[in-house]
Design a protein around this ligand. Sequence first.
Ligand code: SF4
Ligand code: MG
Length: 392
Amino acid sequence: SEPILRISDLSTRFFTKSGQVNAVESLSVSIDEGEIFGIVGESGSGKSVLARSIIGLIESPGQITGGKIEYRNAPLADEFRDAHPDAVNGDYVDLRSLPEEAVRSLRGPSFSMIFQDPESSFNPTLTVGEQIAEAVEVQRRASSNPRSTKARTSSSEYSLGSYAYGAVMPNRSFVSSKSKDRAIELLQQVGIPDPEERVDEYPHEYSGGMLQRAMIAQALAGEPDILIADEPTTALDVTIQAQVLNLLREIQDETGMTVLLITHNLGVIARMCDRVGVMYAGEVVERGTLSDIFDTPVHPYTKGLLGSIPDLDTTGGRLQPIDGNVPSLMDEEMGDRCYFADRCPKAMEQCLEEPDDASVDGGTDHEVKCVLAQTEYDESQALGDSHFGGGD
Ligand code: SF4
Ligand code: MG
């Protein structure tokens, strides 16, 4: 089937005083409906910028400078469709060709996002329940009149995640008892104990793990097709991390929702994902199924990450440092070459030209950006999967 999210040639740059930073560089990736797709990379690889680009939340001095972000079957109101015919291509709409107001109307029903730090995602002056109920009301208005923009965006109290998105602080709005009941249900669904009471508590009365669950509840209020989770468990201790990951999995099983999971933690990838993209210096340098990546990794960078993890269970799967740093991504240092060349033990003359994505044997959709792709694949296969610690 056609992917639910299609990203092609996406570039996101930051225009800073010290120069232009190419945080995402001509990146293409497609996400299938109902899968959990993981993006893994070190900090500074551009993965959070990628996430924010996908939901249309890049703020100045950042800017998406090229490419498309296309959602399939996004419930875009007719008036936006009519006003922006360039944005529509068959079943897909391209976020980049839509005004902010239209993008905002899709946040909730088409996609929503959870972040690493739940505290900054809730307004401290409103109860958790009010904030979830408000997200529910926005969705109700939308589905009672799905083809009208007014249903979603004309109300000034629109605030689904707006606090998190650094936009307006929501007004205390009228919340119907029906929406409050739904908020209680959502809190229950994400495993908040005594939801009837906790619905009336303020964010500071929740523990970090509880607040992370509440953020997931809020993100689910709009019944999104795609949930984007950026380091959703990084701030939590290991036990709570596992619980929140299990919760995400359960919800994904129940709803069939698509999840894009962004993390620096290979253990999280191994336990959660169907397919994986390895990100380095703004590019996806390798992508494939979980077993492609863990059993026959091809890119020297992927091999380095996996080889330096003796046992995912005991290390918590954190990426171990490998020699050197992610390049600073400043413009003058980029250009047509392999960005990993400075750190790569296999680097050679040829690598000073940019490698194309190459498919390798074995995986149905295993692609690698390295001039030695096929050789590295053969070597990886010869070594056998035990060498890399294995996923499951
Ligand atoms: Fe290493 Fe060259 Fe492959 Fe880059 S293209 S990862 S430098 S072998
Ligand atoms: Mg990040």
